[in-house]
Design a protein around this ligand. Structure first.
Ligand code: HEM
Length: 572
């Protein structure tokens, strides 16, 4: 879900380390077996006939993990700040990996963290996560929950409580058939957004792109959760009619509050949250106020949804919405449903909308790739602009566009795991309870795993990926280049076809039992929106942007996107 803010992270590390001592002892026994499993990397053949002689390798100590030199007292903080601070944390860490390798440890502001970018080591981290994987939660969020005695959703749960609720939501959100149920509704919401945009002044960039995509995302999630429209895309007659009773201003405040949580948490990254809370500084009050409002509005929405669901049940209607299933079939308590669903909105909001922005940016800067994706869509629909859910299985190139957006501009550029047992990471012994940061952004741009990693190249994800020639001349964070030649043809030599990609080199949604529960929902929403947009419009990104951290990876300035309706001939 969210990413890592360094100052916050260090304090959390200390707490996690001490609480994990018991886990460390429990999992020690499984370590030997796990390490044995890890010896054969994915994609390599396991040795068959003759056993190879075992060469004893010396396990290196934690202290031997490479670490940068720092200044007395200040450590590496001056370098961190000189590189742009929290906003450019991902770039700073990439630079460190270039200097120190796929694993390093660094003390920033008092506490130490282990960063990992090498996919084989990333896999070792997940193998050592234990049965109840734990991830980093920003300190401000924990303080808020403690202060308000707030019981929260999946992202905040641990142990058996997490496992039980996760099991229920896995069935409802990760089974392909469960998400297919909502495809038509997602498509209708995307149509609403397109209608809103078609009424805007021609030739001008979309004035509120981020806000509109936020609304599209929450509205899409709303139809899945409640089975009815929330009314966020208010210019659209369809949604406003079906929800005339719902207070639009209230809805807007919900969106604003969710947005505020991310904004204010990020602001807190430069100040110790505990101190801000103790002194009741405006920075804390603004943050707590945003969470109060978001949780309050979420609770109100879910309570209304529960009432409507019970009424449908009394009328003998079969379950349609996610909430119906949780209430009527999974037998969850109202209070649990409120917790789970409210936090689902919070987890979905920034991640999906900003991935949509990055996908539009890449398409808008690369007309040839956009044209190829459009042709693919129109071939799938038989030339019609009516894109439906059943067309999605014929859009591998378009799916490659979204993968490229997530590889080059991952909204969660860092992921975290608390090690569940002592383990070897890249040959170094690391203790249970250590928080490890996975440098997802760095891995996605590593030429060892992605040829021409700074180039936008959706075809690298095609099973029969043609090979690509362009040599990698783009420095980190330069404008993404496309991998088609000026003529639009694809040249020859080395790309990294999907078949040879390490299983842990591309993990935008995380891995394993605690990976993103909304992955299929997000992908379906994104594929439908982009396919519909491409079928009906030409996309141009006017400005060149960079990625900065605002809890998630966002554009450094608002994207100026021109959406021009295509003439009828253009689609033929
Ligand atoms: C492009 C969009 C998205 C991206 C890139 C993304 C990414 C992630 C990542 C990296 C994690 C952390 C996994 C871990 O700790 O290993 C996560 C967790 C989570 N995500 Fe997403 N996410 C996206 C959309 C969504 C959506 C649409 C929803 C809700 C429908 C959602 C709900 C959640 C929840 C509830 C968790 C916590 C899961 C748990 O702790 O068991 N996400 N997401």
């Amino acid at each position: 879900m969210a990413s890592v803010v360094p100052v916050v992270l260090q304090r959390h590390f200390r707490r996690v380390s001490s609480s994990q001592q018991a886990v460390q002892r429990r999992h020690r026994a499984s370590l030997a077996a796990t390490l044995e499993d890890l010896k054969t990397p994915v994609g390599e053949q396991a040795p068959s006939a003759t056993p190879r002689p075992v060469v004893p390798t010396k396990v290196k100590t934690y202290e031997e993990i490479p670490t940068p030199r720092g200044y007395p007292l200040l450590g590496t903080l001056p370098s961190f700040l000189a590189a742009g601070g929290v906003q450019y944390h991902h770039r700073y860490i990439s630079q460190r990996h270039r200097e120190l390798g796929g694993i390093f440890r660094e003390t920033l502001g008092g506490s130490e963290m282990v960063f990992v970018s090498d996919p084989a080591t990333v896999r070792q981290v997940f193998a050592a996560e234990g049965p109840y994987p734990r991830h980093f939660i920003p300190e401000a969020w924990l303080l808020y929950n403690h202060d308000r005695q707030a019981k929260r959703g999946l992202f905040f749960m641990d142990g058996e409580e997490w496992k039980e609720n996760r099991r229920v939501l896995n069935v409802r959100l990760l089974r392909p058939s469960s998400v297919t149920l909502h495809q038509d509704a997602f498509g209708q919401v995307a149509d609403s957004l397109l209608r809103c945009w078609s009424s805007l002044t021609p030739g001008c960039p979309i004035p509120h792109l981020e806000r509109d995509l936020y609304r599209w995302n929450i509205e899409s999630l709303g139809v899945m959760v409640f089975g009815s429209r929330l009314g966020f895309l208010s210019e659209d007659s369809e949604s406003s009619n079906t929800n005339s009773s719902r207070n639009k201003e209230e809805m807007e405040r919900f969106i604003e509050a969710i947005h505020g949580i991310f904004k204010e948490t990020c602001a807190m990254g430069t100040f110790p949250p505990a101190l801000a809370k103790a002194l009741r500084l405006p920075i804390w009050n603004r943050f707590a106020d945003a969470v109060d409002r978001a949780l309050g509005a979420g609770q109100q929405l879910v309570l209304e949804g529960l009432k409507a669901s019970r009424e449908r049940q009394e009328r003998g209607q079969a379950p349609v919405a996610l909430l119906d299933h949780l209430l009527q079939e999974d037998g969850l308590q109202d209070v649990t449903i409120i917790r789970l669903l409210t936090d689902l909105f919070l987890a979905a909001a920034d991640t999906t909308s900003h991935t949509a922005i990055w996908s539009l940016y890449l398409l808008g800067r690369h007309p040839k790739e956009a044209e190829r994706a459009r042709r693919e869509v129109l071939t799938a629909t038989g030339g019609s602009r009516e894109v439906k859910g059943n067309h999605l299985s014929s859009l591998p190139y378009l799916k490659g566009v979204v993968k490229e957006a997530l590889r080059m501009y991952p909204v969660a550029p860092f992921q975290t795991r608390v090690l569940g047992c002592d383990t070897q990471l890249a040959g170094y012994l690391v203790k249970a309870g250590t928080m490890v940061v996975l440098s997802v952004y760095t891995t996605g741009r590593d030429p060892a795993h992605f040829t021409n990693p700074h180039q936008f190249c959706p075809e690298r994800w095609l099973r029969d990926a043609p090979e690509v020639t362009t040599t990698n001349t783009c420095p980190i964070n330069s404008e993404a280049k496309s991998c088609t030649s000026p003529s639009g043809s694809i040249s020859t030599t080395s790309s990294a076809p999907i078949g040879r990609l390490h299983s842990h080199a591309f993990i935008p949604f995380g891995v394993g039992s605690r990976s993103c529960i909304g992955r299929r929902v997000a992908e379906t929403q994104l594929h439908l929106l982009l396919a519909k947009l491409l079928a009906a419009s030409d996309l141009r990104a006017v400005n060149q942007v960079d990625m900065v951290m605002r809890m998630v990876g966002v554009t450094s300035e608002p994207l100026q996107l021109l959406v021009t309706p295509l003439s009828d001939e253009a689609s033929e």
